[in-house]
Design a protein around this ligand. Structure first.
Ligand code: NDP
Length: 445
């Protein structure tokens, strides 16, 4: 594999697909050596077969708002690679969604799912629909319309979606309900389901919990713990909520949350009722974090700013892609931050990652650090096929073990001669080898 040649071919073929090209470059640069060391990968041309999705479905989603106006959005499902299991990956409703962002997320998902050691392939879907300010009835009509088209491409052994940005338990309920009606069967074709109809305990908090477990493992390599550490979290959605809960439980103090409007700073630490309020605010479908500063005394709101300007020991970016740039990375590093664990997918720009790694920070990329969400989705699928439900403790223990195992794989494949652990390389190489070997076993498909 020649990375420059591969990337220049892809840039010509997929012009303007910025996020997709960024994600592919990050992976191929770090697996280049492992790839070129194995003549079988080269002769089977694994890389050209891996960077293109198996297929992409595009469809229109017409829906009626509460005033009777008719709208049309676009829906997509990217089925990327199913070498090791059914396509698996969330559904995102956000105005920034386009083919490029879903291809980036689907591509990342292949390696993330492989790292969990569970049998899941990679996929992603979504729509450019904006949930902000939409009523529950509008959400229901949109989700039903979205599923009227998508359902025919799904199945418990074919393609199993889940939530993502803008899609929580309520939206999964609307989509799964429509799937069940059309398919005429109650199979676990979605994960992130409600507890009464096949969902798993711990799934809502799993991504954030896993991100903190991963940080805990990284810190342990330097004899450190979360106890007494100050933490900056971004976002105020599902992943941020889980991360704040677990970080607080393990003795850290979380001092920030953020939204597209700015960030809040709480010198006392976000705990107790403030964590519950995150759920309320997220459910209100507003796109602002500012209300925190009216609701609780002593919380400052910083309009148009990002939390990375604060002096913290640990940063957990949990909002959206490319939300932490080189300037932010420099601020964090200069202020003595020692660890960055990504709850979101690709929240740090490539320049930011370079700064972290050059400064010797512990840096855990999303495909490893946020794999706890999909891992627990895998556990939900297992419980659905066995037709039983595990206890909270059982699921949490399995999640914790999976995160420790992912960390160990990163250490195995990413430790440099000087002892620094390159978690990007470790995660990419470990995730890639399993998928590539499965593809070799099955021949050219
Ligand atoms: P949510 O929709 O629950 O939360 C996203 C949060 O980010 C919201 O609080 C949102 O605010 C905020 N946000 C959006 N844009 C910005 C911005 N520019 N600056 C600051 N905050 C912003 O989604 P999730 O928590 O589920 O997902 C968050 C990230 O985690 C995504 O990258 C997702 O792909 C990733 N992830 C999620 C998993 C899951 O299980 N849910 C699994 C693995 C990864 P607002 O609502 O106001 O837009």
């Amino acid at each position: 594999m020649n990375v420059d040649r591969l990337m220049s071919d892809l840039e010509k073929k997929h012009q303007g697909e910025v996020e997709y090209l960024q994600a592919v470059r990050e992976v191929v640069e770090s697996i280049e050596e492992a790839y070129n060391d194995n003549p079988q990968y080269i002769s089977a041309n694994i890389i050209d077969r891996l960077v293109e999705p198996d297929r992409v479905f595009t469809f229109k989603v017409p829906w009626v708002d509460d005033e009777g106006n008719v709208h049309v959005n676009i829906g997509w499902r990217v089925q990327y690679n199913n070498a090791i299991g059914p396509y698996k990956g969330g559904i995102r409703f956000h105005p920034s969604v386009n083919l490029s962002s879903l291809k980036f997320l689907g591509f990342e998902q292949i390696f993330k799912n492989s790292l969990t050691t569970l049998p899941m392939g990679g996929g992603k879907g979504g729509s450019d629909f904006n949930p902000k300010g939409r009523s529950a009835n509008e959400m229901m009509r949109f989700c039903h319309s979205f599923m009227l088209e998508l359902w025919k491409h799904l199945g418990p052994e074919t393609d199993v979606p889940a939530g993502d940005i803008g899609v929580g338990a309520r939206e999964v309920g609307f989509m799964y309900g429509m799937y069940k009606k059309l398919a005429g069967e109650h199979t676990g074709v979605f994960t992130g389901k409600g507890l009464n109809w096949g969902g798993s305990l711990i799934r809502p908090e799993a991504t954030g919990f896993g991100t903190v477990y991963f940080a805990k493992e990284m810190l342990a390599t330097r004899g450190e713990t979360l106890e007494g550490k100050t933490v900056a979290v971004s976002g105020f959605g599902n992943v941020s909520w889980g991360a704040v809960r677990k970080a607080t439980e393990l003795g850290a103090k979380v001092v920030t949350l953020s939204g597209p409007d700015g960030y809040i700073y709480d010198p006392e630490g976000i705990s107790g009722k403030k964590i519950d309020y995150m759920l309320e605010l997220r459910a209100s479908n507003q796109d602002i974090v500012k209300p925190f500063s009216y609701e609780f005394e002593g919380i400052e709101f910083h309009e148009g700013k990002r939390p990375w300007e604060r002096k913290v020991d640990i940063a957990l970016p949990c909002a959206i892609q490319n939300e932490l740039n080189a300037e932010d990375a420099k601020n964090l590093t200069d202020n003595g931050c020692i660890c960055v664990s990504e709850g979101a997918n690709m929240p740090c720009t490539p320049e930011a990652v370079e700064i972290f790694q050059k400064a010797g920070l512990l840096y855990g990329p999303g495909k490893a650090a946020n794999a706890g969400g999909v891992a627990t989705s895998g556990l939900e699928m297992t419980q659905n096929s066995m037709k039983l439900a595990w206890s909270r403790e059982e699921v949490d223990t399995k999640l914790h073990d999976i995160m420790c195992n992912i960390h160990a794989q990163c250490v195995k494949h990413g430790t440099r001669d000087d002892g620094y652990i390159d978690y990007v390389k470790g995660a990419n190489v470990a995730g890639f080898i399993k998928v590539a070997n499965a593809m070799l076993d099955m021949g050219v498909l």
